[in-house]
Design a protein around this ligand. Structure first.
Ligand code: ADP
Ligand code: MG
Length: 723
């Protein structure tokens, strides 16, 4: 048979291989070629009932039997349109009737031909006694022609794959399509070199797909799945290895200078660095001194002091004659970074001013809502190189922003940025050189998840927090216990009377959404602020609001009032989720907490307990006590640091929420790999993929792997994952 046009990925199109009903069924799952079909996982397996003789059949029982076809009667039904096919079968011990209700005569013909009078079939279905005739019937049985041999009998006992179905697609269609595919398994693309699988003691790909779709037992099915899970992990790791290899070929400014700004800055720090800050600082310094761009993920809990670590690296860049950029996900946060960094640097940020230090540089802020005049001035400093440190939002990514000599990019809160952002900043280096990148996150990712999602980054962790931090105690509060809720507001009131401040976070701005009868809408900032003004526990408190519909100036003004103590309570949406630093805030109340993600809640509670006062976080919920949502909140309340939470959360529900939107593109393409169970496979696949890329960085000898990588990237969110 002539096997011609392949799809662009080099795989056999299903339209060439299958009858059209089958290829249409597969297409409804976006499965279009042989490679995709044989990797399409069964949802589960059914183990057939043991074969038995017809004499033993009981009413309502699941039956599997090998039988001989007797008479086949085909008649049109009187009462309704259609055909009735009645087939008498027997196994020598007894007889049974198979009944099919069919919509047209052609189908009856098809069954008649497939069974053949006198033929042998394996039949499965639920037997019911037909009371009028005192015999057993199976309506619409599954059946297939077989030989009555020991081999066929063994075959009949094998587990059968159950595929997901859509409207008008029969299980039998999915199975027959896959069976045809298995006959052509030798045509599969092999992204993992056979010797790699072999060295890991894994079956070859064409055996693996057979084990997956037609296993002798469930253990075989698992062995087949393991190979496909390994393959997924391998392709993913090859993507990361390829990016690393590309970095190895790209020049970067080597940021090596040791002074003077760094020394001056350290000498003036109002506190001693923690051991972790020093170690991580050295690790970063070592990496940015290299001649190829480095990519580091710096993870550390909220308040662990990442900003200082980043700032010291940025000063190293400036000392080395280059610029550094700090990119924040929101304007509020960019402005805050600008304030703290300018304050921390003092006269070291005063270049060009009379009070500036002799070695001073300039720190500039660049945001989208800046006035044109400010922006123009900033851009001049960026372009001339006068600004050693530039802080800003996405506005920094536009083409018009040109740096004189960008050496280091620091991205705060990685889960809001994607590979695409990193790439655009990379392109802003001087003379074809790429700046180094440090990504910071307060949501630690467990190791396996990190390897599988940000495997192209070196992960560094700050595990201790500076001593003065008093930490946060968290509680889940169920509104179904009014006494708890009252106590929560009383505690808030007590803190306010002590001169502390309170954040209240709501999932929405307004409360006008439509909800089903009996449910209540999620809490909105505006209505909540009004209700709080009437709560006796908060009597006299000055309450402000912050949300995304306010202008940049209004937001700024409100934050300023919080910072200098003119507001006691700030009711806000998650605009305050990331990085807002109000040392005097001691209480965080999240309303409808079950509507927030794990990492969001962890970030939110990190907003309090940042100064000398211990923090309190209340995760307030209307979820039913004991429900899944309520248990999740209790887990979060019980886990104190982000590392612990990350491990617990992963055990709980998988990595999705922790890695954020940007990394989920590649994750979505995983069908077999389970990050909770497959830690070892991921580690092995990483080792093997990196070794292969070391040998063959351009993948010239591994076209199947190159094609699989291209496919995977295409299926992941296209904006996110072109590297
Ligand atoms: P993160 O960004 O990791 O959440 P920050 O860098 O914002 O944490 O630090 C939180 C607070 O702790 C800041 O006010 C910072 O100045 C302070 N800080 C950082 N390092 C230390 C330290 N070694 N000792 C005391 N305070 C520190
Ligand atoms: Mg921070």
């Amino acid at each position: 048979m002539a096997r011609t046009p392949r799809t662009t990925s080099g795989s056999m199109p299903l339209s060439e291989l299958l009858i059209s009903k089958e290829s249409r069924a597969m297409a409804s799952f976006a499965v279009r070629d042989l490679d995709e079909m044989l990797r399409f996982p069964p949802r589960r397996y059914v183990t057939p009932a043991p074969l038995r003789s017809l004499r033993e059949v009981q009413d309502g029982e699941e039956v599997s039997a090998i039988v001989t076809v007797g008479s086949i009667r085909d008649r049109s039904m009187r009462s309704r349109r259609g055909h009735l096919l009645e087939v008498e079968v027997s196994d020598g011990s007894d007889t049974l009737e198979l009944v099919f209700f069919l919509s047209h005569a052609g189908q009856a013909e098809w069954h008649r031909a497939r069974m053949g009078e006198g033929g042998t079939i394996l039949v499965r279905g639920t037997a019911h006694r037909d009371p009028r005739r005192d015999r057993f019937q199976i309506a619409h049985p599954e059946y297939e022609p077989v030989d009555d041999t020991p081999a066929a009998r063994a075959q009949a006992l094998r587990p059968r794959p159950v595929y997901p179905l859509k409207k008008n697609i029969a299980q039998a269609t999915m199975r027959s399509a896959t069976a045809t595919g298995l006959e052509n398994a030798q045509l599969l693309r092999r992204p993992v070199p056979p010797e790699v699988l072999d060295a890991r003691g894994l079956p070859a790909l064409e055996d693996a797909v057979r084990l997956l779709h037609d296993p002798a037992d469930l253990d075989e099915a698992r062995r087949g799945r393991d190979v496909l899970a390994f393959e997924e992990a391998f392709v993913l790791q090859a993507i990361f290895a390829e990016r690393r290899a590309r970095d190895e070929r790209t020049p970067a400014p080597a940021l090596r200078a040791d002074g003077p700004l760094q020394g001056e800055f350290d000498a003036r720090l109002p506190f001693a660095l923690t051991a972790g800050q020093i170690t991580v600082g050295e690790e970063i310094a070592e990496r940015i001194a290299r001649e190829h761009p480095t990519s580091v993920l710096l993870q550390g809990d909220v308040g662990s002091g990442k900003t200082v670590v980043a700032l010291r690296a940025m000063l190293r860049a400036v000392d080395s004659g280059h610029q550094a950029v700090l990119l924040a996900p929101t304007e509020v946060l960019a402005e805050q970074h600008h304030r703290t960094i300018t304050a921390l640097l003092g006269d070291l940020a005063g270049a060009g001013r009379l009070d500036g230090h002799a070695d001073a540089t300039r720190v500039r802020l660049l945001t989208g809502s800046q006035r044109t005049a400010d922006r123009r001035e900033t851009l001049l400093d960026v372009t001339s190189g006068a600004a050693g440190i530039v802080i800003g939002t996405h506005a920094l990514l536009t083409e018009t922003v040109e740096f004189a000599a960008l050496g280091l990019v620091v991205i705060d809160e990685q889960h809001r940025f994607g590979v695409d952002h990193r790439r655009r900043l990379r392109a802003k280096g001087p003379e074809g050189r790429s700046p180094h990148v440090v990504v910071m996150t307060a949501t630690p990712i467990p190791r396996t998840a990190a390897l599988a999602t940000v495997g192209d980054l070196d992960v560094l962790s700050l595990r201790e927090s500076p001593g003065h931090r008093r930490g946060v105690t968290s509680f889940a509060v169920h509104e179904s216990f009014p006494a708890w809720e009252r106590r929560m507001w009383e505690r808030a009131g007590e803190e306010i009377r002590e001169g502390r401040q309170v954040f209240v976070v709501c999932p929405r701005i307004d409360e006008d959404e439509e909800v089903p009868e009996g449910e209540e809408p999620a809490r909105g900032v505006l209505a909540t602020a009004e209700r709080l003004a009437r709560r006796p526990e908060l009597g006299g408190a000055r309450i402000g609001v912050l949300h995304g519909r306010m202008s940049a100036e209004e937001k700024q003004e409100t934050m300023a009032r919080v910072l200098d103590g003119r507001l006691d309570v700030l009711v806000a949406t998650t605009v305050i989720e990331v990085g807002v630093d109000v040392p005097n805030a001691s209480v965080m109340i999240v309303l409808d907490a079950e509507l927030f993600g794990v990492s969001q809640l962890h970030q939110l509670r990190g907003r309090v307990g940042r100064g000398e006062h211990p923090g309190l976080a209340f995760l307030d919920t209307r979820a039913v006590p004991g429900s899944e949502a309520s248990r999740r909140l209790e887990t979060i309340a019980g886990a104190t640091d982000g590392f612990e939470l990350a491990e617990k959360d992963l055990a709980h529900r998988g990595a999705g929420d922790l890695v954020g939107e940007e990394q989920s593109g590649l994750q979505r393409t995983l069908r077999h790999l389970d990050l909770r169970r497959d830690a070892e496979l991921v580690e092995q696949a990483r080792e093997d993929a990196f070794a292969l890329l070391e040998q063959d960085p351009e993948l010239t000898d591994h076209p199947a792997l190159a094609a699989a990588i291209a496919d995977r990237l295409r299926h992941a969110d296209p904006d996110v994952e072109r590297s």
